[in-house]
Ligand binder design. Sequence first.
Ligand code: HAM
Length: 426
Amino acid sequence: MQKPKGTYDIFGKKADQMLYLRKLMNALMDKYNVKYFETPIFESSDLFHRGVGETTDIVSKETYDFKDRGNRSLTLRPEGTAGIVRCFIENKLYAENLPLKAWYFGPMFRYERPQAGRFREFYQFGVEMFGSYDPIMDAEVISILVNFFKMLGLKGIKVNINSLGDSESREAYRKSLISHFKPYLDDLCEDCQNRFSKNPLRILDCKVDCDKEFMKKAPKMTDFLNKESVRHFDMVKKYLDEMGIDYVENPNIVRGLDYYTHTVFEIEADIKGFGSQNVLGAGGRYNNLVQNIGGPDIPGVGFAIGIERLLLALEMEGIDITSNSDPEIYVVPMGKDSVLKAFNLVNVLRLSGFNTEMDYNNRNLKSNFKNADRLHAKFIIIVGEEEINTKTLTIKDNSTKEEFKIKLDKLVEFLDDKILSTNDDK
Ligand code: HAM
């Protein structure tokens, strides 16, 4: 049996890295008063059709749709925003103190062609904030992203920002795109001919037509922003400038999801040889999504980071984020009769806060020393008949090979002292 195409198993180093990242996210989110959310991995298909948009590639080509045994149409979530918005509405969280700030971490599913940095099951860390039209929220969301990368020591990133304006600006832009593309209708790919009538903005996101001359000459959204949209975008930039966050204004950022209004952004890996899937994280403001999904008129703004791409970027910059989870103590029972007492000692040591492992396989002393080396254990404790009778344990420091005889009631104190001092040396 093999795993499905475009998926991967998480164990060993990757598992360590994922756990480390989650710890870091948790700590960072506390600083911003962002609360953890979990929503179902599958939702009613309709949520994504209405939320992400019928004409997007994600919904029209990439969703994992299925019928359950009750004939309900369900979809494995291709992204996290729609589910969080549904949860926000269903639980009437809008009646609470706003803005409400949510974060999430979990698997997403898209039927895409797998390649480096692109999977069919991938992990996202995302943040969504509801209840403020103020550009300060857009800036806060971008700053979280940038600070997260900074905390990890990742330097090679480029922040691209753009504005898609409000509904009025979008409508003016839509009209202008229709008159621009009309003469080229026959030259557009089949998907874009469809997009032309349904959602001409999507044409700009086309991977088939993107190099054609009429694409390059297409009108730019920024020329159609009304006064309010310009003001909003200017304020976002002002906040970013004040925080010293570098960014590039990039009018080509239109995003692959339909729900955005005003600010959109993408964080690119600016690392030589990174490959084509170089957008590490992305997001933007969505003032109409809550209402489109059936909730009150409440705005939102958020982002999501692709964990696999982030790990790739860290690796390419030589940043090791695995934390040391090797056992500090390895307990060796000398013979079957000592196992009972040794097992209890392991229990006591674990409850006292030590990372402890033992020999479960009745190995001889020599292969136990080898095993302790393989596990990178700092101390070896031998529990034999004599140790049990005299209540005095033999402890070996595995790096200096020094041996100590310690009374059982002084053991925790001794280890605390030894292990804390070796941790301090690091
Ligand atoms: P997105 O741009 O579709 O936005 O995805 C966000 C990030 O997820 C991408 O920048 C990329 O790093 C990662 N990603 C996407 N597809 C794949 C894949 N097939 N394999 C590996 N990584 C992938 C969203 O999902 C929005 N929900 C972001 C958002 C939140 N906007 C507002 N709030």
